[in-house]
Write a protein that binds this ligand. Structure first.
Ligand code: B12
Ligand code: SF4
Length: 471
């Protein structure tokens, strides 16, 4: 029997991040399941180190105890340094062990990654079509994978991470036992800041498979499901079909659903069914309301109609009882204090419960990063930086701190304010109340100052902007 270990590394040893135990490592769970359904005789383990962080010593002890023959690691740009160290430790402690690495970062930079990581192979793209070969034949070098046929994949094997309570943020669980499901893969849009590998096509699944997977999830005892799709509402017809099927199969009684959506998908029929499906929370990538900034981000081909789209969609979401998070980005070269404040004020006025304001990242694989490298603003080997560091914005760290204080101040009460009395007695009402109470408690005891201590996440949430210097 071949011992295979999947590792999803965190950003640093022993680090609890804002998103520790937020979502399971779905890539590893899909690949584990493909191996378990194959003819190979395998003993599979999955370590989600982002959710259950370990120290170096503990990691070495654990891996020596397990003594795997094959280790498969998921590498993103933000955990690259950890992946490198994990590879070094394994090669030193278990020289015979084969190391395969996949994930968004190595798919974007395969050659550079294989040299830097000194692993045995790098998989470019979705690994399901090649994982059996990787474990059986242990090929060396770069392996190119086909986009997976979603309808022929076994369901991801959640038993490996069943003991972890996902759905946490800021190390705080909102009283849910959550897992992730994918209804689609890929995204048909092409935002200039988006760092996913570009070749993956948008693919949908058979609705009957989705229902079967949800039934499996219900039998495992989960009470909430986050839809992991890049955009849950990309195809309104398909999403409506899923929502109807969930309702017909009474699965809306088993779960709260969450997802990420686009505001240019404002179908009243879809939102009617999302309500019946029991979707309670949606996060929307708004980025900005300023047309020039939206153009720079290539967010929409109708930037002047973006505000109207936000209004329409938020009205539908509010009527459907959905909690809304608005995700904004600050730091485009044409952003001014006025445009950022206008964006915050605009979404606030549309009854959004949460606002996340991220400082614009420049990440390898994005158009923005390519342009900035070509213009000499970023070094070719600086794979992840931000607008302030590049000097491509007039914003200062102090401005960002002010905006974030402004945003966090209102969050808890906004949620509480939206719980309609008629829901208070229902399961849904209790959930919203718990969530709002916890958010309020959290905000009482930890101000922005404390947030940054709770996390090492390198983004607008918790960055200590006052320590940043402009280059
Ligand atoms: C869920 C999610 C999160 C969650 C949880 C992460 C988790 N546990 O998976 C949270 C909220 C924590 C998160 C945070 C961030 N995320 Co995120 N996230 C995602 C998202 C939407 C889904 C991940 C997923 O489950 N994918 C589905 C599985 C099936 O795909 P996969 O993991 O890529 O695995 C496949 C292949 O890569 C390959 N593979 C993977 N490993 C291996 C190993 C071997 C050996 C082989 C053969 C193949 C292989 O096969 C797998 C099966 O097909 C992706 C977008 C996406 N669609 O992937 C972004 C994504 C991974 N995130 C991204 C970013 C930038 C971030 C943030 C930095 C955003 C921010 N500014 O705050 C933060 C980082 C903070 C942190 N410390 O974690 C980028 C990463 C880009 C990059 N170049 O690395 C992505 C691609 C989004 C994007 N469009 O830009 N994220
Ligand atoms: S940011 Fe979201 S909508 Fe834009 S291309 Fe990336 S996944 Fe698609």
């Amino acid at each position: 029997m071949t011992k295979v270990l999947f590792i999803y590394p965190s950003m640093a040893w022993e680090s609890k991040e804002i998103f520790s135990a937020f979502a399971p490592p779905m890539g590893a769970l899909y690949l584990a399941s493909v191996l378990e359904h194959s003819k190979l005789d395998v003993d599979v383990s999955v370590w989600d180190l982002a959710s259950e962080p370990v120290g170096r010593k503990e990691f070495i002890k654990k891996i020596l105890d397990l003594n795997p023959e094959v280790v498969c690691i998921t590498c993103l740009t933000f955990n690259f340094d950890m992946v490198k160290e994990v590879c070094e430790i394994i090669k030193r402690e278990l020289p015979e062990c084969y190391i395969g690495v996949g994930g968004a970062h190595v798919s974007i930079l395969p050659k550079e990654s294989i040299n830097a990581l000194k692993c045995d192979s790098i998989a470019v793209g979705e690994g399901e079509s090649r994982i059996v070969e990787v474990v059986r034949d242990r090929p060396k070098g770069i392996i190119y994978c086909e986009d997976s046929d979603f309808n022929s994949l076994p369901f991801p094997d959640r038993k490996h991470i069943r003991s972890i309570k996902y759905g946490k943020m800021f190390d705080m669980n909102f009283g849910v036992d959550c897992t992730t499901i994918f209804f689609s893969r890929g995204c048909p849009f092409n935002c200039a800041f988006c760092a996913r590998p570009k070749k993956q096509m948008f693919r949908m699944r058979k609705v009957s498979d989705i229902i079967a997977e949800l039934k499996e999830i219900a039998n495992m005892g989960y009470d909430s499901v986050a839809v992991g799709d890049d955009n849950f509402t990309t195809s309104t017809g398909y999403t409506t079909k899923i929502a109807k099927a969930v309702h017909k199969n009474k699965l809306h009684k088993d779960f709260f659903f969450f997802g990420q959506g686009r505001v240019d998908r404002d179908s009243a029929d879809m939102y009617y069914w999302l309500r019946r499906m029991n979707v309670v929370g949606m996060s929307y990538g708004i980025e900005s309301v300023a047309p020039k900034t939206l153009e720079f981000y290539n967010k929409t081909h109708e930037p002047t109609r973006w505000k109207e789209k936000i209004k329409n969609t938020y009205k539908l979401a509010v009527d459907a009882g959905i909690i809304i998070n608005s995700s904004l980005i600050a730091g485009a070269p044409m952003d001014t204090k006025e445009t950022i404040e206008e964006s915050i004020a605009f979404v606030d006025k549309q009854e959004t419960e949460g606002i996340t304001l991220n400082l614009l990242s420049y990440m390898v694989g994005t158009k923005l990063w390519d342009d900035a490298v070509n213009n000499g603003k970023i070094a070719k080997d600086d794979y992840w930086t931000d607008a302030i560091q590049t000097g491509l914005t007039d914003l200062t760290p102090e401005d960002l701190r002010d905006y974030q204080k402004m945003i966090y101040a209102g969050l808890g009460w906004r949620v509480l304010g939206r719980v309609p009395l008629k829901w208070i007695k229902a399961k849904r009402g209790r959930f919203l109340l718990t969530m709002s109470w916890k958010a309020k408690q959290f905000l009482n005891r930890s101000t922005f100052e404390a947030l940054k201590d709770r996390s090492r996440l390198y983004d607008g949430f918790n960055r200590d902007f006052s320590e940043m210097k402009r280059s």
